[in-house]
Write a protein that binds this ligand. Sequence first.
Ligand SMILES: [Ca+2]
Length: 559
Amino acid sequence: MKKVLLLTAMVMGLAAFAMASGSSSQTGKGGGAVISAQPGPVGRYNETLSLSWGVNSSSVQKFFNGDTYDNNIWSRKILQDLNIKINVAFTANYETQAYRNQLNLYLASGDLPDLLRIDDYRQFRQAVEAGYLADITDAFERYAGDDLKSLFQRYPGAFEYVTVNGRMYGIPPFNGNEQMAPLLWVRDDWLKKVGMQAPKTVDEMVAVARAFTFNDPDGNGRNDTYGLGMQKMINVRDHGTIGGLLSAFGIPNHGYDMYYAGKDGKITSPYIQPEVKEALRVLQQMYQEGLIDPEFITTDLTKVQQDIARGRFGMAYGPNWGTWSPWNYAYTAENNWAVTYPYPIPTQAGYTPKYGYNSNKASGEIVVINSRVKNHEALIKLVNHYMAFNNDWTSDADRAVYNDQEQYRFAPTWVSESVEVRLTPIMTEALNKRDSSALPPTFKDYYNRIVAFEANPIAQDADTYGRWGQYNTRGSMPIIMGQYKASGNLMESVMQAEQPQSLLDYGASLEKIIDQAFTEIITGQRPVDYFDTFVQDYLKAGGQQVLNDLDKIYGTGAK
Ligand SMILES: [Ca+2]
């Protein structure tokens, strides 16, 4: 947090400096002429500026009307609007190691193309340290348009990912990852059948699980249901996991890649905290009482979907996309149209819930420009230009041409943002006002689907049920972006792109040790106090080494 504040102050300081220095011409690294341009964020160059592009190609790219990477709807538009000519330096597939390998060759030779999308943070740092990438700090301040600036307002942490020694060397990916926080999903028809309210506390969750197990919520007269749905991968970021229950006991978790500063300030793992014991105690009792299907130890995600389709359980912890999958299977099963709602995770008295999420500085493509390009503000202009034509804020017609069917990939400087984070507040406002006029065109379709579902929740298509579950005013995203975020209890993992060797060496075996110990405790093979033995085993099996090494990079031991 401190780093972000410092950085913001620094950027603001630079803004003041840029304004004070007036509109003198841009300087490049070497000598030679700089091409002048019309003023403004997308001011056209007065002479053609040629830039080479190292294309990270993709097998999903579609080519229409004879388009190629050299000559396509984006290259023609960029030439027409900005007078920038894009020339392909090389193409290499980013889905294999081809692109990274190609980049390594260029890094070794020092002759990088002018424009690149680097998805390997180590290669980015290497290129910065070798002086190959332009410092775009001042150009950003002078040329960033409102769309681009607003991205940095929504994702202040994104600056850090592309900043080295206080200077900015690229345009980062924009992804909050907060949308991954856990929720509790409960079948509404079952809740009504057993005459209960959605659970607000862990005790109430157990009570609902009990009713779902013993009170014949499906009304078939048979004892054939369970309370809480679980799968064997209990700690991944998906449905049927225990992350939501751990969160209730104040354990911020987000799969295995969550690490944070513990009470002593040192970097720690969620899974070795003493509070985990209390969550496991709850699960062990539920299992003993028969509220959890003993088959969970062999259940994968496909079986979770099958179990939901045949109504084997009616409640589970899971992320925001529940109405897309797996709860859509309850909706469509036998034309039952059973609706499942997301709820904030039930809380536990005496504990502040914590919701972990992955650092948005951990991965993603950074768009960069070579330091030898005199007009390195061209990078900022290209991003501005991309956003003006290919943003969900503009028309459906533009979007169909420049974005859909992978066409956006022809723009060397396309930027991505998680739709959930951007859309949630404005959709909530539109739905509350019952007025979609302020929504960008593309999102009016979402709005219409949500309104249609609320008018008639029977036999709607998958898109309608999926979007309704995410964006209706009590949907998963308003809970996360509203209640969770407002609570201040969302916690970002400290781990970014750099991982210590010990984590690469021991990570997979540590995950197994965690899962095995937790599963043995839940199923009663081990007493709850076995947790203390597990913590020692975890630390001895490389866990302590990993935490020490992470602390040196991200914690108290960091330089
Ligand atoms: Ca039954």
